[in-house]
Design a protein. Sequence first.
Length: 537
Amino acid sequence: MNISHLTFSYENTLIYEDVTLELKKKDHIGIIGVNGAGKSTLFKLILKQLEPDYGSIKVSSNSRIYYLPQVITDELPNSNITVLEYLISARPIQKLEKEMNELYQKMAKEKTTEKIEKRLEYIQSQLDYWEYYEAESILLRLISMLNITDELLDQKLNSCSGGQKSKIAFARLLYSKPEIILLDEPTNHLDEKSKENIVTYLKNYPGMVLVISHDINFLNEVTSKTLWIDKSTKKMELINGNYEQFQKIKKIQEKELKNKYESQEKEIKKLQDIVNLYSNSSGKRKRMAESREKSLNKLLKNRIELHPISKKVNLKMQVDELGSLIPLKLENLSFGYQKDNLLYENINFELYRQERFLIIGENGVGKSTLLKLIHQDLKPINGMIKLSDKTRIGYYAQEHEILNLEKTILENMEEYGLNQTKIRSHLGNFLFTNNDVYKKVKVLSPGERSRLAFAKLTLTKANLLLLDEPTNHLDPETQELIATFLKNYPGSIILVSHNPIFVDKLGIERILHLPSGEVFYYDRKIVEFYEKENNNE
């Protein structure tokens, strides 16, 4: 893959400028950069979903590319075929077999022609490429590797949950045998055992693998090169080494650059002092000043610039009042999308002021649904949800439903009655500055949408936060900032999360298990267990 003088801008915002790189066919490359640097955009350019302003990305004409996006819920077809049928279709073996049998039948009835013989040779070469005799065992190994159960294989594709679809998409990707694999946050829905198996598989993969990930351990294991996209300079830099090695190299480079910068600044000051002192003199001193001025101008022309320090999200939230001692109470709550098929029934619990409360359970049991019920987006079939008169809710939805995709970042903040100066100042705390605020939300990366959702959440002045997978799509540094913010938040929190490291930092007191409705005190082992269970589905 050759990237030549690539320049690309989106809605008047420059993303890359004059980038030239050569990627080799067996490279395994980790792509890193801050949210909004253009990591996912690079994939879209490779896939021809976007066109560059200038320059090109050239891929060998016979190279097949398979892309696994961050959010794959809508990527799989809404089909009633089974999961197994969908996986098998990743290789066109059945189609090739059918054509071959039809040609043999034709040969039995008619005279063999050179055209038929050439077509049969081609089909045989394709069957060899698709490993006709080993294909079934290869697929079974992938199914086992990703812990895909027999029950899931028999399930209709259009009835699978988001977590199940992620695993299915990964299995199909690996089975389809592409020359180039593009992975965008591939470990979001993988348990540790599946992740270990995937790491082993990808390390030995004979084609090109490009990975965008915030999972540092995954990058260190799978990649041998790192592509750094610098949002401030609009450039890319390809460095030999995985993420850990890249970090060491960058630290050395930054230290060397800083030393050169400081040395150059001292020289500039020294020359400037001489020019200032003797520029109005005559004779030898005048000539010395002129000589030093030439040297000074040369230095200034090639002056070293230090890269600006990346800004961090600054989370602040005002809570007008703490609310009641019992801000929320559920009494005999029952719900199902169909009355004869309830998700859960007779759920009872009271939430205490300033409590951190976690909801756990397997995929599909209705954890997100319960948050929607509390937020009054849905109505229970039976029972009651009682909110105190002083309870004010702030809701962070997993799929960012609180954002209007067709509106700009700025327009999404208008409901809070602040003037534009205050809104822009607040958005700046979440790294949306200058013309960024005029971008439509639909063009933002998932990480940027998460930041915007938090920007809205922190303006609600809520004393009860409902948080549905708040760390998805965010880099480790931002996750840490959010954990610190939530730990110090003075209100109550009800949380759905599959991230044990994040959950552990919040001071969770009690856990609600669904669908049983059992409430018990926090135990990290239980959280880890359900993380694995959910990712296994």
